[in-house]
Design a protein around this ligand. Structure first.
Ligand code: PLP
Length: 422
C-alpha cells in the first residue's frame, strides 16, 4: 500500500530512516515516498488501461513542484483551480493540452492567462462564467475549448465539507441549464463545447455514488448525441477515497470495473482528476513530542506540529493514524497504555491531531509520524500564529531530497509594509 515500514523498530520511508530525516531537517517535516506516489498513479492508469484515459492529477491535493514534475513526466495531465496552480503547471512544463481548469470563481485575469496558454479546456460552472470566457476569447481573438461541469445531484456519502455534487452545493450546472447552453451553443461564437465534467466530492470510499453520477452523465451525453450534439470528452473528476483508519475503499481496479462498462457506452475520451488517491498515502508529517502533560481529567501529548501544518483533523474531525518513529523506546517512558489527546501549540482548542488516542510508550523528545498526510496536508497549511511553514522532503530509494525549504521568520514578514506614520 505504501512505502513506510518498520525495520527493527525504526520507521523507514523506502530505505531511509525517518528519524535521520527529522534530525537532519528538523520538525515538523513532511516526508514523501517517490515510489508510493508513482505506484498510485500507475494503479489507476493500469486499472483504466482498456480506455486509456488522461489522468489529470489534481494539483490542490499537493502542489509541490517536484511532486507535479514527477507525475507530469509519467504522462499525467493536471487539474487546476487557480492562476497560481496554472503558474505551477507551466513551471513544471506540463503540456497545456493536458491541463483542465475548474473553479466556480475564475477571474478575468486567470481566464485570460489560461486562454493564452492554450489549455485543453475550462470546466465551466455557470452561465455567467461561460459568457465571460466567450467575451475574453473574443477580445483575444482565440477560439477556446470549454467543458460543462454538471452537478449530477448525487449523495457521495462523505463529509459535508467535501461534498460537491449535490444541487445545494455551489458547484456545476444542473442538467437543464446544461441542455439549454448546448442547444444555444452557436451563440457562443468564440467557444467550442468539447465535453462534460463531474466531480462529486472527495474521500468517497464506495463505487456506488460514482456509478450513479456517471450513469446520469452518460445518459445525458447520449441524449445530447441524439439531438446532434456530440461531445468528445467525459471528465469523471476525482474523489477516490483512501485508508485513513479502518475504511475499506474500493481499489482502483474495483472502481475501474464498475465504471468502464458505463463509460464505454459512449465513444468519448475519458479524463480522471484524482488528487488524494495519488498523493495521500505517499506522505507523512513528522512531529516531535515537546511535553507530556496531565490534568485531572485528560492526558495530553503536546507536539511541535499544529493545525496550521495539517488542518484536516481540526477542519473535518479527520482521523490520521499516528505512529512512533522509533518503537519501544525504553522503560523510562513517561506514559503507558493510556489515552492521550495529541495536540499542537496553537491557541485554539481545535488544534489537535488526535483525541483520546491510545499510544505506545514514548518520551518527550521522541518523534511521531502522522500517516496519510500527503494530500491536503502541506497544500492547506498556513502561517497562523506566525508559524513558519514546514520543510518537505522526498525520498527515493536510499536518497532524500529537500523539495521545499522551511520558511524563516523573514519569510513571514516579507510582504508586509510597516507604515512610519498614519
Ligand atoms: N477535481 C475537482 C474539480 C476538485 O474540486 C477536486 C477536489 O476538490 C478534485 C478533482 C480532486 O479530488 P480528490 O483529491 O478527492 O481526488
Amino acid at each position: 500500500m505504501h512505502e513506510f515500514r518498520y525495520l527493527r523498530n525504526n520507521l523507514f520511508c523506502e530505505r531511509v530512516k525517518v528519524e535521520d530525516l527529522a534530525k537532519r531537517w528538523g520538525t515538523p517535516l513532511y516526508v514523501y515516498s517517490y515510489k508510493t506516489l508513482l505506484d498510485h498513479y500507475w494503479k489507476l492508469k493500469n486499472a483504466f488501461r482498456e480506455i486509456n484515459p488522461l489522468i489529470c492529477y489534481s494539483v490542490k491535493a499537493n502542489s509541490n513542484l517536484s511532486i507535479l514534475k514527477i507525475l507530469v513526466e509519467q504522462g499525467a495531465g493536471l487539474d487546476i483551480v487557480s492562476g497560481g496552480e496554472l503558474f505551477r503547471a507551466i513551471k513544471v512544463k506540463c503540456p497545456p493540452k493536458r491541463i483542465v481548469y475548474a473553479s466556480v470563481g475564475k477571474t478575468e485575469r486567470e481566464i485570460e492567462t489560461a486562454i493564452r496558454q492554450g489549455i485543453l479546456f475550462f470546466n465551466v460552472e455557470s452561465v455567467s462564467e461561460l459568457e465571460n470566457i466567450n467575451r475574453i476569447a473574443e477580445r483575444l481573438g482565440k477560439k477556446t475549448n470549454v467543458s460543462l461541469r454538471i452537478n449530477p445531484d448525487v449523495e457521495p456519502q462523505t463529509h459535508r465539507f467535501i461534498t460537491t455534487g449535490k444541487l445545494t452545493n455551489k458547484f456545476g450546472l444542473d442538467f437543464q441549464t446544461a441542455e439549454e447552453i448546448l442547444k444555444k451553443r452557436e451563440k457562443y461564437l468564440w467557444l467550442k463545447i468539447k465535453g462534460l465534467h463531474i466531480h462529486i466530492g472527495s474521500q468517497i470510499i464506495e463505487s456506488s455514488p460514482f456509478v450513479s453520477a456517471i450513469r446520469k452523465l452518460v445518459s445525458f451525453h447520449r441524449q445530447m448525441k441524439e439531438e446532434g450534439i456530440d461531445l468528445e470528452y467525459l471528465n469523471i473528476g476525482g474523489g477516490l477515497g483512501i485508508i485513513y483508519y479502518k475504511e475499506k475503499p474500493q481499489t482502483a481496479k474495483e472502481f475501474a470495473l464498475c465504471v468502464i462498462p458505463i463509460l464505454k457506452e459512449t465513444q468519448a475520451k475519458v479524463i480522471l482528476e484524482p488528487g488524494r488517491f495519488i498523493a495521500g498515502p505517499s506522505g507523512i508529517l513528522v512531529v516531535k513530542v515537546l511535553y507530556i502533560k496531565s490534568t485531572p481529567s485528560k492526558n495530553f501529548i503536546i507536539v511541535d506540529g499544529a493545525m496550521n501544518d495539517l488542518i484536516r483533523p481540526a477542519l473535518y474531525g479527520a482521523y490520521h493514524e499516528i505512529l512512533p518513529v522509533t518503537k519501544f523506546q525504553n522503560q523510562k517512558s513517561k506514559i503507558k497504555n493510556q489515552k492521550y489527546d495529541i495536540v499542537g501549540p496553537i491557541c485554539e482548542s481545535g488544534d489537535f491531531f488526535a483525541k483520546d488516542r491510545e499510544i505506545s510508550p514514548l518520551r518527550e523528545g521522541d518523534y511521531l509520524a502522522i500517516m496519510g498526510a500527503g494530500a491536503y496536508g502541506f497544500s492547506m497549511s498556513s502561517n497562523y500564529n506566525s508559524r513558519c511553514r514546514v520543510a518537505e522532503v522526498l525520498v527515493k530509494d536510499d536518497k532524500a531530497y529537500l523539495i521545499r525549504r522551511r520558511e524563516t521568520y523573514r519569510d513571514l514578514v516579507r510582504n508586509e509594509v510597516v507604515i512610519d506614520k498614519f
